[in-house]
Structure formats: structure tokens, C-alpha cells
Design a protein around this ligand. Structure first.
Ligand code: PMP
Length: 383
């Protein structure tokens, strides 16, 4: 394993998950509510995957689909009292777990200290260590003056917190509502943490995965709304927890089972797809040749790289070294003049080797039907 995993321990959670698969107990441990996902959400999924807009099944903006980030911005701008820029201040990740990973990996350098409150969701510690950071623990203290009957009796002790903030502290992770205690951090506890964060310029990662599960007697306070904390807070939520869909990965398993049964029969989806794609590959290669490019016939995948250097003077493109690699400029020309979206090939090379890719652009031939028309237009503009 990589050095950064040295000292990593087996996950007890995963070990018990395996045991559960073997003995099939009544599951009262993990987040498997017996209420189903709400119908308006399953309907939205069904429409997204079977509806007329086939693009919804495909890659989108890497930081989050525009419709999703716009909806998040609308909702959270109100909750946070701050107008959120959907394209700059919101990031969609694979689960809250993915967000924790991104936040810690992006901000923690080896030797940086991360304050983690006990009891904690184990991955805070694992990811911190993977980043080379040092977890520093602050236990919630159980109020000893009476028999504890509420999660509110587990409190954050200001003295304990104060003793852990040092000039090495880079981050504190707060989980409210808390897993597994169910504690909802109070305004005074969060205020106290906020003061330390501001004083030491420390980022506060708020794991608010259970934000929509706060019972009547308590109020969910968002750290980002406290004075001076907007700039220092990363707020994390979870769609899986919000809509009870933590298991939506399952469909792929079912799909694979079906495909395994019909593998090497005429009904095989994967076999049929590759045969249809080979035809598209050959058609795309013809299109590229017809406009004067030289395609590199691929043996696999669904991309085709083409050398456009022979077009030379034909393209009304004022190649200017200052403007970046040739292929990058050609790609932009195709976007603007031909409304054709392609990738420049030099992006697949390091800065020193970019020139090796400069004569090529990269096409995807899955969308061949549309391409045929585009290429006939392109041929016209090149003549
Ligand atoms: N944070 C906490 C406190 C959690 O309990 C969980 C799920 N157990 C997560 C994050 C991860 O959430 P997701 O399923 O969205 O990755």
C-alpha cells in the first residue's frame, strides 16, 4: 500500500457489515430506515434516466449539474443568509463522505492538526491521517450532575477545546446533529468554537448530514451563519440521508447480474453495443477523412483522435503561440465557428510534452448521428 496508508487499521464497521451478510441479523446498527425513498424523488430519478432528455444520464459539469447547484443555491442561500454563487461556492460530490475526503485532502498538509470531537464518525480520522494530518481529540463530556437522559447532556467543554487550538491547528470538524449521539450543538457551543476558529484562522468543516432530522425541542444552528464564520466554514450535507436513498448504487449490481446471465448470447447488451460502435467508428473515420483530417483508427474505447495538420491554411484560424497550443486553438475554433465540441489532444500531455499532441483533436464517436450533419457543414466551411 502507499506510504500514506501506513498504520491504517481494518474498519470495524466493514468487518461487522461482512458478519451481517453472513448471519443476516435484524439490522439496528446502520442507517437502513424502513421508510422508503419518497415517490417524488424516485419519480424524478425515473424521469432523469428514462425521460426524453438522454443527456441527464451522461457526464455533466464536474462540479455539479447546473440544475442541482441552482436548486442548492436557492435553498441554502436562504438557510445561510448569504447569496450563494451556484457555480463558485457549491461543489457536488459522491456522498457526504466524498465531500469530507475532498475538504480534508484539499486543505490539510502533513503535520497540520485537525481537531476531531469524540465520539466521531471514523472516516474523519482515516482521511486526516491519509492526508498526513494529525488528529487531535476533544471528547464530549457527559454531564455528571444527573443521570444523563438526553444527548444535550453531552457537552463541549470550553477549557478542553481551548487547550487543543495551537498554531498547528488547521481544521476542526463538527458533526451536528451528531452521529451516533443525536446531539444538536447549541448556539453557545458553536459560538465558542467560532471564536477559536477566528482567533487561530482555522477552517471549520461542518458535517450536517442529519440537518433535516432535528426534533422539535432543538434548533439546528448553521456555523456559516455566525458572525465572521462564512469565510471559514465548509458546510456538508447528504442527499442520501436527506431522501433515504443511501443504497442507490444497487441498480448496477442488478444490471450486472442480468448481463452475466446473457453474456455471449445475442441478447448481450455489452456485446451488441461494441458491434454497433464499431460501425460508428468506421463512419466517423470516413467523416474525418472527408474533411481532410487523418483519423487514428482506435482498437477500443469510443474516442477517435484525428490529425488536423493537413488542414493548415484552410482553417481561418490565426494561430498564435501566445494563445496556447495549436490543438487548443483549433478546438476553440470548432466550438465557436462550427458549434462542435471536441477535446484538444495536448491536454493529455505534461507542459513540456504538449507539442507531441498539438496536431490532434479528440472526437467521441458515440454521437455519430449528429456528427454526420456537423461534418458536412464543416466540409463546406473548409472549402
Ligand atoms: N457523516 C456522517 C456523520 C454520517 O453518519 C455519514 C453516513 N453514515 C456520512 C457522513 C456519509 O454520508 P453519505 O452517505 O452521504 O456519504
Amino acid at each position: 500500500a502507499a506510504g500514506r496508508l501506513r498504520g491504517a487499521q481494518e474498519s470495524v464497521r466493514e468487518e461487522l457489515m461482512q458478519l451481517a451478510l453472513e448471519v443476516n441479523p435484524v439490522n439496528l446498527s446502520a442507517e437502513t430506515p424502513d421508510f422508503v425513498a419518497p415517490e417524488f424523488i424516485t419519480k424524478a430519478l425515473s424521469e432523469a434516466v428514462t425521460g426524453p432528455n438522454i443527456l441527464l444520464n451522461q457526464y455533466t459539469r464536474g462540479y455539479g449539474h447546473p440544475r442541482l447547484v441552482n436548486a442548492l443555491s436557492k435553498l441554502y442561500s436562504k438557510l445561510l443568509g448569504h447569496e450563494l454563487d451556484p457555480f463558485k461556492e457549491i461543489l457536488v460530490t459522491v456522498g457526504a463522505y466524498g465531500a469530507l475526503h475532498c475538504a480534508i485532502m484539499a486543505l490539510i498538509n502533513p503535520g497540520d492538526e485537525v481537531i476531531i470531537i469524540e465520539p466521531f464518525f471514523e472516516c474523519y480520522v482515516h482521511i486526516t491521517k491519509m492526508a498526513g494530518g494529525i488528529p487531535v481529540f476533544v471528547p464530549l463530556l457527559k454531564n455528571k450532575t444527573k443521570d444523563s437522559i438526553s444527548s444535550a447532556d453531552w457537552v463541549l467543554d470550553p477549557k478542553e477545546v481551548a487547550s487543543k487550538f495551537t498554531n498547528k491547528t488547521k481544521m476542526i470538524i463538527i458533526n451536528t446533529p451528531h452521529y451516533p449521539l443525536g446531539k444538536v450543538f447549541t448556539c453557545s457551543e458553536l459560538d465558542m468554537v467560532a471564536e477559536f476558529c477566528k482567533k487561530h484562522n482555522v477552517i471549520c468543516v461542518m458535517d450536517e448530514t442529519y440537518e433535516w432530522l432535528v426534533f422539535k425541542s432543538s434548533e439546528h444552528i448553521r456555523m456559516a451563519t455566525l458572525p465572521g464564520m462564512w469565510e471559514l466554514t465548509i458546510t456538508i450535507g447528504s442527499a442520501g440521508k436527506t431522501f433515504n436513498l443511501t443504497g442507490w448504487k444497487e441498480a448496477i449490481g442488478i444490471g450486472l447480474e442480468i448481463e452475466i446471465e446473457r453474456k455471449e448470447t445475442p441478447d448481450s447488451y455489452l456485446q451488441d453495443r461494441v458491434e454497433r460502435l464499431e460501425l460508428k467508428r468506421d463512419c466517423m473515420a470516413k467523416c474525418l477523412s472527408s474533411v481532410g483530417m487523418t483519423p487514428v483508427i482506435p482498437e477500443g474505447g469510443y474516442f477517435i483522435v484525428a490529425d488536423f495538420s493537413k488542414l493548415g491554411a484552410k482553417i481561418s484560424l490565426n494561430l498564435d503561440e501566445e494563445q496556447g497550443a495549436k490543438d487548443y486553438q483549433f478546438a476553440k475554433w470548432l466550438y465557436r465557428n462550427e458549434k462542435l465540441q471536441v477535446f484538444p489532444f495536448s491536454i493529455f500531455y505534461c507542459v513540456e510534452h504538449k507539442h507531441l499532441g498539438e496536431d490532434f483533436v479528440c472526437f467521441c464517436f458515440v454521437k455519430y448521428e449528429k456528427a454526420e450533419q456537423v461534418f458536412s457543414e464543416l466540409k463546406k466551411s473548409l472549402n
